[in-house]
Write a protein that binds this ligand. Structure first.
Ligand code: CAA
Length: 259
């Protein structure tokens, strides 16, 4: 898989997507979004890939959408355009496998929003998060007003979005924006460790659990619980369910095949 603005490596079932526009702090232009969407689509259907890590490398995650590209746009361009960021983030969010964001340095604007489309966020202790769009006269248009309050609650999300202020990794951990904070040189290793743990579990169960959680956020509780029950029932038709329970009874580790 070859791209101009991304590097994609696959090693032992784990794909790592690295944003690769270092000269502009990985600013996300429409080419990045289009390539991210294509990578997500390809990796979704690649059975050899069981988990995905997305990173910006060891210095910065991403400084947001490309302001130099947006400065020329009018309302009609934005309203009628293809919305590549929406397509990219939704494809990442809906991948039937776990997606982990590994974050060093700044994750701002669309960069922060990209991490919100991942399932889990691992941050360096030097990471900084924020949605500074308000300072540009716009609002977070890559899902920030929707995914952030669902993750950390409306009050804290409004404070971040209305002020445009940045928060450090410790605060991001405290408010639930990130799952774990580690030293900068351990971010990728920690993300990989977590990915390996996810990969060792039953892939079908994990994928359906992800669907239940993602879809459940669009449903009221009663319908969500019914949806969960359907997915739960379906898993009793899998070899992994037979293997997982048999292994428990036989006091051994399960050998899941993702079937
Ligand atoms: N878009 C385009 N170029 C950017 C960029 C961005 N979002 N962020 C940084 N760059 C470019 C700079 O213009 C600069 O390029 P030149 O050398 O050609 O001038 C280069 O990257 C290095 O940046 P700085 O010199 O500014 O680096 P710094 O270390 O002094 O500051 C920073 C780092 C605080 C992250 C600062 O670059 C900054 O504030 N960037 C913009 C952050 C921002 O407002 N993000 C939100 C974007 S809007 C958005 O994301 C919309 C959405 O909801 C989808």
């Amino acid at each position: 898989m070859t791209f101009e603005t991304l590097l994609v490596e696959i090693e032992e079932g784990i794909a790592t997507i690295t944003l690769n526009r270092p000269d502009v702090l990985n600013a996300l232009n429409s080419q990045v979004f289009n390539e991210l969407a294509e990578a997500a689509e390809n990796l979704s259907v690649d059975d050899s890939v069981r988990a995905v890590i997305i990173t910006g490398g060891d210095k910065i995650f991403a400084a947001g959408a490309d302001i130099k590209e947006m400065v020329l746009l009018g309302a009609v361009d934005v309203a009628t355009g293809l919305r590549p960021s929406k397509i990219a983030f939704e494809r990442l969010e809906n991948m039937p496998k776990p997606v982990i964001a590994a974050i060093n340095g700044y994750a701002l604007g669309g960069g922060c929003e990209l991490t919100l489309a991942a399932d889990v966020r691992i941050a360096a202790d030097n990471a900084q998060f924020g949605l500074p769009e308000i300072k540009l006269g716009i609002l977070p248009g890559g899902g920030g007003t929707q995914r952030l309050p669902r993750l950390i609650g409306a009050g804290k999300a409004k404070e971040l979005i209305f002020s445009g202020d940045l928060i450090n990794a410790e605060e991001a951990l405290r408010v639930g924006l990130v799952n774990k904070v580690v030293p900068p040189d351990q971010v990728l290793a920690e993300a990989r460790k977590m990915a390996e743990k996810f990969v060792s579990r039953g892939a079908v169960a994990l994928s359906l659990a992800k669907t239940c959680i993602n879809e459940g956020q669009r449903m009221d509780l009663e319908i969500g619980l019914e949806y969960e029950h359907k997915c739960f029932s379906l898993l009793f038709a899998t070899e992994d369910q037979k293997e997982g329970m048999k292994a428990f009874v036989e006091k051994r580790k399960p050998n899941f095949q993702g079937k």
